[in-house]
Ligand binder design. Structure first.
Ligand SMILES: Nc1ncnc2c1ncn2[C@@H]1O[C@H](COP(=O)(O)OP(=O)(O)O)[C@@H](O)[C@H]1O
Ligand SMILES: Nc1ccn([C@@H]2O[C@H](COP(=O)(O)OP(=O)(O)O)[C@@H](O)[C@H]2O)c(=O)n1
Length: 216
């Protein structure tokens, strides 16, 4: 299954809960972009130097947990599950996500994780999963919500920044990301799920229902 959508739409939390309900694996692709940004920052790479960012790939030893009950993100031996969520990494990630060489390598990595998954299925979520990474997925969903709702959800999670700062950062990142891939409009055959007026459990249920409808 493929799930795309803008920041704060609920992709990670909803996909993970739906995977748990379905007995599926779960792959958070944003975590890989974040982890590469973390790795490049850690190595002191100038993020405006595209060649240097691409070169940092050679020492990027990435692993992610695809069991929805055992989620982790690691670079080498370092657990970066928390470290990749800081506002600094969040602000840096769009600089590397715009580089086609980086995207190509990550797309291959995501497909490899999908092939290796030993569960009955896997939900992969991100920005370009329905269109680029897995356009032939059995179920493809664009998860959306009004921008003000997404800002409120994200602000409730981030405690190291004011709500106004978090909201401004979210809008800036969506604008930068939208120049690279279109995740605001559903491609042909992709189902739009608008969670503006749905609570968390209702949204998870809607995803589970779409999965079951496709397989029965
Ligand atoms: N339908 C919903 N109603 C209320 N809160 C939600 C809903 N969907 C997600 N959330 C909450 O919004 C926040 C952002 O969700 P997240 O999964 O991190 O979004 P994304 O991965 O798209 O950035 C989380 O705290 C999550 O629990
Ligand atoms: N498939 C993907 C996933 C993430 N990304 C990039 O990675 C960043 C972080 O993704 P994320 O899914 O963790 O972000 P949130 O939507 O959770 O805030 C995004 O802002 C994009 O720049 C991407 O370009 N393509």
């Amino acid at each position: 299954m493929a799930v795309d959508g803008p920041a704060g739409s609920g992709k990670s939390s909803v996909s993970r809960a739906a995977a748990r309900a379905l007995g599926f694996g779960y792959q958070d692709t944003g975590a890989a972009y974040r982890a590469l940004a973390w790795h490049a920052l850690q190595q002191g790479v100038d993020l405006d130097d595209a060649a240097a960012v691409v070169a940092s790939w050679d020492t990027f030893d990435y692993s992610i947990g695809t069991d929805p009950d055992d989620y982790f993100v690691r670079v080498g031996d370092t657990d970066v599950t928390e470290a990749i969520r800081t506002p600094e990494v969040t602000a840096a990630v769009a600089h590397i996500a715009k580089l086609p060489e980086v995207r190509e390598k990550l797309v291959q990595l995501f497909r490899q994780v999908m092939r290796k998954a030993d569960a009955q299925g896997i939900i992969t979520e991100g920005r370009d999963i329905t269109t680029v990474v897995a356009p032939d997925a059995e179920v493809r969903i664009l998860l959306t919500a009004d921008e003000s709702v997404r800002m409120a959800r994200r602000s409730a999670e981030v405690t190291t920044q004011s709500a106004a700062e978090t909201s401004a950062a979210l809008a800036r990142r969506d604008a930068a990301d939208a120049k690279v891939v279109d995740f605001m409009n559903a491609a042909d055959g992709v189902t739009t799920l608008d969670s503006t007026d749905l609570d968390f459990d209702q949204t998870v249920q809607a995803v589970v229902d779409l999965a079951r409808a496709a397989t029965h």
